[in-house]
Design a protein around this ligand. Structure first.
Ligand code: PRX
Length: 635
């Protein structure tokens, strides 16, 4: 691609141009994608409503950019390499031609099952190529996909299906994850008891665990594909989408109880995912790129599916987990496929680091050229371990900061271009204008400062709305500080202008790179019988980055404390999913509240962190003696 930046001087020039002439800058980049019709206006915007329109008037289909346009030049090149959970099962390779064919056929399956442009489709699947095929087939028809991560509970799925009024669900009988079999279809069946908008469920065969199939509603993926063959329904023309038509919804947690459906639209998202993928990793034709995320999260959307495929890359999808059958699994995959670029999360690095270098020793990692990190702050120890043991000190590590709402990477080194500083995301990518502000929204200028991270100008990949509730989008992101997009993150800018994201400044916990709202967990805990009240905070966790610490007030009961803790964990798992189970539950008699009844989380956070000596001013508490009790009962 012509838009790859090759030197730090060029970066500075391009960056300057992108700020001074943003429309010209993005128009140049966008012109390297495939359009059915060009735009009338590059950008219309205000952050007040917010109202964001990129490439207005243009039409396109993202799947033509990800598939059709590569067929002539690299039709026989692998688009997806898939490595199964079990190393003894055979891997699969889908060339661009094969992927195009499968996506077209499956889009026809969707059509035959009543899917129309604009319908919302819930996808709850294992990490198999068919997940990418399902996502792309929706996009081909202009149906809006809402992928739900396989670790969420039936209740969470039902909430998401109801919020988006999904008409169809695409799932599988079950999933393999490590040494576990996950009953996906059965979880969907539980969810669907609450959802009457769903007309059809398409079920892929994966682990062939027994499932119930309801007549008239449930159909098998394979049977439907066969029907398309019989009907010779191989081709599926790509729907001509408007630039700002919705491409997908992805639910994410915020500081309120209910997850929000972050909406991304077709053109801006495509341009941004493609541009950032190509630049940050400096992808070269024929390289093997491996992102260990799950497509259920934004990283998988942007940097397993849309970003790499829009650039004609080979993207490696892994079904399993880094520690199964042992902690050498990722390195084996790197060796087996001669992976050039590896993009993973600090949690995975820390957990593999703890398992010891013996799992790395003996694996040939010479193919690696670039390493990446995403999802949470990477601590220096993990950064150095990754650099020394995996990159052998010859691969740059791109520490990429971004969010579900930003659609793509925002602040990050560009591999082999930007000078690195361990645990720093370094500089904003072209087109991104970060600023730091204080509590009152006043800009903190200069270097060697810290503040709340905001962005002051639109970029093509940004959130457009929260599904079904635009006001929520405004209050969440655009109302805290006037005319700024507020990220919810705290950030340092060092003497040289390098950015370092320090973590959330709102009530969101980042557990293993997954965002979990404290209010959501509290609501789930409070649903447990006998619980009177609870307060949840994050605390530093050696592997997960942050763990979940819950302070819970319960009615007296006869159950042993430990069992009661486990029961509460079960309730949280049932309501949200196992990922939100508290790591620690401390039973308390009361919570530190102000006279107006507000819980002082600052104090709880300090106690959870183990900083019991220096709690600050507690004199404004309704009952300061409670703090002593909580301190003494700390676990
Ligand atoms: O707090 C930041 C943290 O993850 C949050 C976004 O989470 P999510 O929307 O789930 O997206 C994760 C994948 C992009 C951010 O608000 N975060 C993400 N990347 C980094 C990070 N914190 C520090 N350094 C990063 N590189």
């Amino acid at each position: 691609m012509d838009f790859q930046i090759k030197s730090i001087e060029q970066y500075h020039n391009v960056y300057k141009h992108s700020v001074e002439q943003p429309e010209e800058f993005w128009a140049d980049i966008a012109s390297q994608f495939l359009w059915k019709k060009k735009w009338n206006k590059v950008l219309n915007w205000n952050f007040k409503e917010p109202y964001i329109k990129w490439f207005d008037g243009a039409t396109l289909n993202i799947t033509e950019n990800c598939l059709d346009r590569h067929l002539a030049e690299r039709g026989d090149q692998p688009a997806i390499i898939w490595e199964p959970n079990d190393p003894n099962e055979h891997h699969r390779i889908l060339t661009y031609k094969q992927l195009h064919h499968q996506v077209s056929m499956f889009a026809n399956v969707l059509k035959h099952n009543g899917v129309k442009r604009g319908d919302r489709i819930c996808i709850y699947m294992p990490m198999v190529p068919e997940l990418a095929i399902a996502v792309l087939a929706c996009a081909r028809l202009g149906a809006i996909h809402s992928v739900v991560f396989g670790g969420f509970s039936a209740q969470s799925i039902a909430d998401r299906i109801k919020d988006a009024k999904c008409s169809h669900v695409i799932t599988a009988d079950g999933a393999y994850r490590g040494n576990k079999d996950i009953p996906l279809k059965s979880v969907i069946d539980d969810a669907l008891m609450q959802c009457d908008s769903v007309k059809k469920v398409i079920v892929l065969t994966r682990n062939r665990m027994p499932v119930s199939m309801i007549k008239g509603r449930d159909v098998w993926w394979e049977d439907e594909m066969k029907k398309m063959e019989t009907l010779h329904e191989y081709d599926c023309p790509a729907e001509e989408m408007n630039a700002e038509d919705e491409l997908f919804i992805l639910y994410t947690s915020g500081s309120t109880g209910k997850p929000k459906g972050v909406v991304h639209t077709c053109a801006g998202y495509m341009v941004y995912a493609g541009y950032t993928f190509s630049n940050v990793f400096q992808y070269k034709p024929r390289e093997i790129y491996f992102c260990t995320a799950d497509i259920g999260w934004i990283t998988g959307h942007s940097y397993i599916v849309y970003g790499p495929l829009s650039q004609g890359a080979t993207t490696l999808m892994f079904e399993g987990v880094p520690t199964y059958p042992d902690a050498g699994r990722l390195w084996e995959i790197v060796e087996k496929f001669k992976v050039n670029i590896l993009y993973t999360a600090p949690t995975a690095i820390r957990s593999l680091m703890q398992s010891g270098v013996e799992f790395v020793n003996g694996k040939n990692l010479d193919s690696l050229r670039v390493l990446g990190s995403v999802g949470e702050p990477i601590n220096e120890e993990a950064w150095h371990w990754f650099n020394e043991n995996i990159g052998k000190k010859r691969c740059p590590i791109v520490d990429t900061w971004w969010q579900t709402e930003t659609g793509g990477i925002m602040i990050s080194p560009i591999a082999n271009v930007t000078p690195l500083k361990p645990a720093h995301a370094t500089f904003p990518l072209p087109g991104i204008q970060p600023i730091l502000v204080d509590e009152n929204g006043v800009e903190i200028k200069g270097n060697g400062v810290n503040g709340n991270l905001c962005i002051k100008f639109p970029w093509p990949g940004m959130i457009r709305t929260t599904y079904g509730d635009h006001e929520r989008c405004r209050t969440n992101y655009f109302a805290t500080y006037e005319n700024l997009y507020f990220t919810g993150d705290g950030c340092l800018r060092d003497e040289d202008g390098n950015y370092r994201i320090t973590g959330r400044v709102d009530d969101v916990i980042n557990v293993s790179g997954h965002r979990i709202g404290t209010a959501e967990v509290e609501n789930a805990i409070n649903a447990h019988t006998g619980v009177i009240e609870s307060a949840v905070v994050g605390y530093p966790h050696d592997i997960k980055g942050q763990g979940i610490y819950a302070f819970v007030i319960c009615e007296e009961d006869t159950h042993e404390e430990d069992l009661r803790r486990k029961d509460i964990g079960m309730t949280v798992a049932r309501i949200i999913g196992a990922i939100a189970k508290p790591d620690k539950i401390q039973f308390v008699k009361g919570l530190p509240k102000t006279r107006s009844g507000k819980i002082m989380r600052r104090i709880l956070r300090k106690i959870a962190e183990g900083e019991v000596e220096n709690l600050g001013d507690i004199s404004t508490l309704l009952d300061p003696t409670i703090v002593e009790d909580i301190k003494n009962g700390r676990i």
